[in-house]
Each structure stands twice: as structure tokens, then as C-alpha cells.
Design a protein around this ligand. Structure first.
Ligand code: FHN
Length: 442
């Protein structure tokens, strides 16, 4: 008996150790490397929630019951949706991947799923959006990442009694996590079996079961059994990266860390109290206006220069920028977004070398700008050209062999003495970013 208990304890310890000691596969590590180099992606928030033009939280914010919300299914007919156009818009913007909403908190599935009737095939449109996007992404060489909500405002079995949101849905039944978990596993299996190679799964909604961001104790009111979910994903597609937008330090089994409406190290949103991981790839997801889903009245568009500077700053912190668009209910992307995306793509044609494949700079962003690095090149991004020179007290390289403007290769004055480097700037121009390239050696 004693022997048996000892064996049981040993087995339990081993299981625990396995869950904690996640060793990413070689394919997964390779995918992380690719992701780190990619630096720029497109986030797409789209679905029947786009119809009212009031953002993707409309169901919760307007206290719409499940029964009334279901009507949207019959109105969703995005006849102007063109996967080829969306993917080429991302490509022309210089983006390397797309993260597509497959199921948001409202519970609507954008693909032909066997596990929920509230899905795209039961709309007048009747075409599998995920399939069309997956095929087009594969065709155009853009990697596809899939957003999947852990939180559900519709299903009875989601543990809604303990959830912070979704309280006006009119649900009467009791949550039952075991069946909800099985449902999620079934859907994830479909997504990872029927749509070719998937770059990653982007989870969201964990925070529904915790105290708000910033609270001392953010433990979850339910056990999500992530080891089962993550294990399944890594088994089905070993390269597939897992990220979870819980606004906390990454959990075991996760392959990247995201920040919402903040760059790593910032907390303007009030959601980002967590520190940036030192070893996982990082991503900052940011909106072009203030909304994720299509919003008819939100015209607070960030300017093209501001968006480019966010991309630069994010790269200088070693993070990707996942820039969001909320297409209109007819499937068109609004012109204000297209114009900015095209502008970023144009800029990247000249300056992409200082963004793609770079690592974080040896100094954090400064008032004058930021630094990115690649091999023996240091890219000094002078975002505010008013300063006459940029100084580095502790320059980490022994030699600078050349300094020039990335734009036209014209020489830039510099000095390096006793470990301090100075770059003479004082450009009298209105460039969004004067990028000075330093060829360095040790
Ligand atoms: O509730 C969602 C929100 O609708 C949106 O999807 C963002 C994207 O990061 N995440 C959640 C809020 O944290």
C-alpha cells in the first residue's frame, strides 16, 4: 500500500514537472525565430459584431441577450469581402503575418464548424471565411495566426457565473467547464486540421475570470487546464506558437507574449502591469483608431508618422507590432486604414532594413528616438531631428567604421572616444525618421 502511494506521488510529481517544464520543439523554435524577424503583422477584428458599427463588445455593452444577438447571424452577408484584397493590403503594408479573429467573445465562429450552429455557414453568406483567408495567405506567403476567445458570452457551459462580463446575456443554465473545454478542444482541432499550417493561436479572455489588471492576486477563478489545450495544439502542429492575452507573466507552454495597446514596458492602457519576458518573442497589438471592431463614430485615427514611429519604437524594444483593422460589415476595409497601411508599406520599402530581422537596441527608446540592431549594423532612428547630436555614454562597440543615412547613403559625422559615441544630426528636414546606419566592429 505504502509502495503504491509512493509510486502515485512520484507519478504526480512527474506529471506536474512535465506540465511546467515545457520544451518547445525544434519546429516551434524555428517559428519563433521567424516571428521575431517579421516585426509587423495585421490584426483583423471582424464578424457579425461589425454590423452595428459599435465595436466588438457591442453585445455586452448594450446588454443584448443571446436570443436578440442571434439575429445578427441572419444579417451578416459581407458581399464585398475579398480575401485576395485583404491579404495583398497586408502585404503591401510590409506586414508578414495576419492574426484573424476566428471566434470572439460573442461566440460566433467564422468557419465551417461542426461544434456550433452560430457560425458563418448559417449566415446568408455561407462561405468559410477562415478557409478563404487561409488559402489566400498560403498563396501570398503571409503566415496566418488565429485569434480564439476563451471567454464566451453565449454558451451555457462557459463558467459565466464567475465571469466578469457577459452578465446580461440572459443565460439561465450552469457553467460546466468540462464540456466547454471539450468544445474548445474540438474547435481548435478543426482549426489546426483543416486550414493548413497555422503560425499561432492567439488566446484572449482569461482575464474574465480574474481580478482586474493591477490587483495583487490575479489568480483565476477556474482551472482552464491549459496544459491540455496547449498540449493538443503543440501535438497537432508543433510549430504553432501559443500566446495568451491574459495580461500577466507568460504561463508554461506559451511561445510568445503580447501587450495590448502598449509597447513592452509601458502601461498607458492600465492592462500592462506585467514585465516583458526576457526570452520569449514579444508582440504589441495596437489599434489605428481607438477601436478593435468596426466603429462608425470613432475617427480618432493615428497619423501615418505616429504609426511608423510606433513600429520603430516597438522594434527597438524587440517587439512585433500587430496593427489592427476592423473591416466594415460589407467586407471592405475603410479608406482611412488603407491609406495609412499603404503609407507604412511605402516607408518600409526604404527603411525595412532597419526594422525586419533586427533585435532590440542597446539602449531603450530615448527622447530623440530609438535604436535597432542587426549583425554589425546599428540603426539610430532619429525621430526628433531637433537635437544637434545624439550621444551614447557607454557605446558597446569598439569601432565605428562608417556612418551614413539609410535613405541615400550620404555620410554622417560621428566620433567615438573613450567609449562614448556622438552622432552629429541637426537635420533640417521633416522626415518621419532619419535613420543613421553605423557599421560597427569590436
Ligand atoms: O476583449 C478583447 C477585445 O475585444 C480585443 O479583442 C482585444 C485585443 O487585444 N483583447 C480583449 C481585451 O483585452
Amino acid at each position: 500500500m505504502k509502495k503504491l502511494s509512493l509510486v502515485c506521488i512520484a507519478l504526480l510529481c512527474l506529471a506536474r514537472l512535465n506540465a511546467q517544464e515545457y520544451k518547445p520543439s525544434a519546429a516551434n523554435l524555428k517559428q519563433r525565430e521567424w516571428f521575431n524577424d517579421a516585426r509587423f503583422g495585421m490584426f483583423i477584428h471582424w464578424g457579425p459584431f461589425s454590423i452595428p458599427g459599435a465595436g466588438e463588445w457591442v453585445m455586452n455593452e448594450r446588454k443584448v441577450t443571446v436570443e436578440n444577438y442571434s439575429r445578427l447571424e441572419k444579417f451578416f452577408n459581407p458581399i464585398d469581402f475579398d480575401a485576395e484584397k485583404w491579404v495583398s493590403t497586408a502585404k503591401n503594408a510590409g506586414m508578414k503575418y495576419i492574426t484573424l479573429i476566428t471566434r470572439h467573445h460573442d461566440g460566433f465562429s467564422m468557419w465551417d464548424t461542426k461544434y456550433s450552429d452560430f457560425n458563418i455557414m448559417n449566415t446568408p453568406y455561407k462561405k468559410d471565411i477562415v478557409k478563404m483567408m487561409a488559402d489566400e495567405c498560403h498563396k501570398q506567403g503571409i503566415k496566418l495566426y488565429l485569434y480564439y476567445s476563451l471567454l464566451d458570452w453565449r454558451r451555457e457551459d462557459y463558467p459565466h457565473e464567475t465571469g466578469k462580463t457577459g452578465q446580461f446575456s440572459g443565460r439561465k443554465g450552469h457553467g460546466d467547464y468540462a464540456t466547454y473545454l471539450q468544445f474548445m478542444k474540438n474547435q481548435l482541432t478543426e482549426l489546426l486540421t483543416n486550414y493548413g499550417e497555422i503560425g499561432g493561436i492567439w488566446f484572449d479572455g482569461h482575464w474574465d475570470q480574474t481580478a482586474p489588471e493591477g490587483a495583487a492576486d490575479r489568480s483565476s477563478r477556474i482551472d482552464w487546464k491549459y496544459n491540455e489545450i496547449y498540449g493538443l495544439i503543440h501535438r497537432l502542429q508543433p510549430q504553432c506558437m501559443i500566446g495568451n492575452n491574459h495580461h500577466m507573466t507568460p504561463f508554461a507552454g506559451e511561445d510568445f507574449q503580447m501587450f495590448e495597446q502598449d509597447l513592452p514596458g509601458e502601461n498607458k492602457s492600465g492592462l500592462s502591469f506585467q514585465q516583458a519576458s526576457a526570452h520569449l518573442p514579444l508582440e504589441a497589438c495596437i489599434t489605428i483608431n481607438g477601436s478593435w471592431g468596426f466603429n462608425l463614430t470613432d475617427t480618432s485615427y493615428k497619423s501615418k508618422p505616429a504609426l511608423i514611429r510606433t513600429l520603430v519604437k516597438s522594434s527597438s524594444l524587440g517587439a512585433n507590432l500587430l496593427l489592427n483593422i476592423g473591416p466594415m460589415p460589407n467586407g471592405e476595409i475603410q479608406p482611412e486604414f488603407i491609406e495609412r497601411l499603404n503609407g507604412m508599406g511605402e516607408w518600409l520599402k526604404t527603411y525595412g532594413e532597419s526594422i525586419y530581422g533586427t533585435t532590440a537596441g542597446f539602449v531603450k527608446p530615448q527622447s530623440w528616438g530609438s535604436v535597432t540592431q542587426k549583425g554589425n549594423k546599428v540603426y539610430i532612428h532619429i525621430l526628433d531631428p531637433k537635437n544637434a547630436s545624439v550621444l551614447f555614454d557607454k557605446f558597446p562597440f569598439k569601432k565605428i567604421t562608417k556612418a551614413y543615412l539609410l535613405k541615400d547613403k550620404s555620410a554622417v559625422k560621428y566620433s567615438l572616444k573613450n567609449g562614448s559615441a556622438a552622432i552629429t544630426t541637426g537635420f533640417s528636414n521633416t522626415e518621419i525618421d532619419n535613420v543613421v546606419v553605423l557599421d560597427v566592429a569590436n
